[in-house]
Design a binder for this molecule. Structure first.
Ligand code: AMP
Length: 422
């Protein structure tokens, strides 16, 4: 037999190390600025750590996605399929509930799942993970989501969408599961095998079904958002209010449900259009009650994780790293008279971060873009009446032609990311 890497695993070769190093250092910088402290936990834990946290009915258990090895004492030790359980175990073990809250913990490293291997799906993959513990306020949900978005923007990604939902409080979940049972039990024989198991254990997860027959059956049914109780609904509305105020672009996705049983209220995913069917870069949600179910003090919390392979894939799709453009990173184009002085001022501010030039008079978009192109700029940043009204900028990447809108904060993050590129 020719020796080769185990199916679903791969080598990160010398030529790829710079990309990984660059990603790690940028992520660390953004997280550190947000008060997130780094924690490194072991890649394996006692199986109770995972079983208590994921819940009996969770897919990771049901579908036997966990890699487990037997140690010399005959104990079964799982390799972590995700970070949250281990991080919460450490939180309890080191008495972090006495720290000033929210306690923000960040990690990066490998995770292991016995999955069907396909593009974007490996058996050993890597995640960036972040947990915010100790606060139940919707402000923390919004901070967590905005932070994930900023981290990804800081890596030079754009064109991302936050999909936002709420699975409600445990009573709401129970009510919804009951509703699904009632609706689907008469059609049980038409469901796929996975969904039949889910119907017995955790019907809500059927919404995630890939099977087309399943999707046809659930198409007409109500979604968790339709059955939210008052408190969960109010919490959800406040999260949205903050995100709108901070200009984090999101869309409601009533069918969003996360893999594990312990999620409650806010659930979200961040998607990127460039990476095909597996378009989720990552996601997260609130899990108040989880620490308690693991034997710790009652502790509200919310967390997220994204897959590093998928993010690197998305960055590579953009190809911006290979840009041959020699001019300024940004070229600012005023689309009306009012924007002329405004953008000249903004250029001076952004020059503390990266190289910026601007047009000295109002331009129409076509002419402005041509001028930016001639200057050898990487991005044209346009501002006119409609952008001013919405407190946004229209940005065009000149190599790819991709166009998108950003808030002032996101523009700064983009500039930051550009400056750190080689
Ligand atoms: P999850 O913990 O399942 O919500 O996954 C969060 C993110 O981790 C996903 O959106 C992917 O980016 C990444 N991920 C999960 N499973 C895999 C896998 N088997 N291979 C590569 N990336 C993965």
């Amino acid at each position: 037999m020719r020796l080769q890497a185990v199916k679903g695993t791969y080598d990160i070769l010398p030529e790829d190390q710079a990309r990984w190093r660059d990603l790690r250092s940028r992520v660390a910088t953004t997280l550190e600025r947000a008060g997130v402290r780094e924690i490194t936990t072991p890649i394996f834990e006692y199986s109770e750590v995972f079983l208590k946290s994921v819940g009996e009915s969770a897919d990771l258990v049901v579908q036997k996605e966990m890699y487990t090895f037997e140690d010399r004492g005959g104990r079964n030790l799982p390799l972590r399929p995700e970070f949250t359980a281990g991080v919460l175990r450490a939180y309890m073990e080191h008495g972090m509930h006495t720290w000033r809250s929210p306690v923000k913990l960040g990690s990066m490293g490998p995770a292991f799942r016995a999955e069907n291997v396909q593009r974007g799906r490996y058996r050993q993959f890597h995640q960036v993970n972040c947990e915010l513990l100790g606060q139940a306020s919707p402000l923390v949900d919004a901070e967590a989501i905005a932070l994930m978005y900023t981290v990804l923007t800081g890596l030079g990604l754009e064109g991302m969408t936050v999909k936002l939902g709420s699975v409600g409080d445990p009573e709401d979940r129970a009510r919804y599961n009951e509703y699904l049972r009632q609706e689907l039990t008469p059609h049980e024989s038409e469901l796929s095998e996975t969904s039949r198991t889910r119907l017995a254990l955790n019907p809500m997860r059927i919404l995630d079904a890939k099977d087309e027959g399943d999707q046809a059956l659930i198409h007409e049914l109500k979604r968790p958002l339709d059955l939210l109780g008052d408190e969960a609904r109010q919490h959800f509305e406040e999260v949205q209010r903050y995100l709108t105020q901070w200009q984090v672009p999101y869309e409601l996705d009533p069918s969003i449900v996360r893999g594990l049983d312990y999620y409650r209220r806010t659930a979200f995913e961040v998607h990127h259009q460039g990476i095909g069917a597996q378009s989720a870069l990552g996601g997260g949600g609130r899990y108040d009650g989880l620490v308690e179910s693991m034997g710790g003090p009652a502790t509200p919390g919310i967390g997220w994780a994204f897959g590093i392979e998928r993010v690197l894939d998305a960055i590579q799709q953009r190809g911006s790293r290979q840009s041959k453009r020699q001019g300024p990173r940004l070229f600012l184009v005023p689309l009306d008279d009012e924007a002329v002085a405004e953008l000249a001022g903004l250029a001076q501010k952004l020059r503390t971060i990266t190289s910026v030039e601007f047009a000295y008079a109002r331009r129409n978009p076509g002419k402005g873009l041509k001028e930016a192109d001639r200057a050898g700029a990487r991005y044209a940043v346009m501002r006119g009446k409609s952008e001013r009204e919405q407190e946004r900028y229209t940005v065009k990447e000149l190599d790819s032609g991709d166009q998108f809108e950003v808030s002032p904060t996101q523009l700064e993050a983009l500039a930051q990311g550009l400056d750190e590129e080689q």
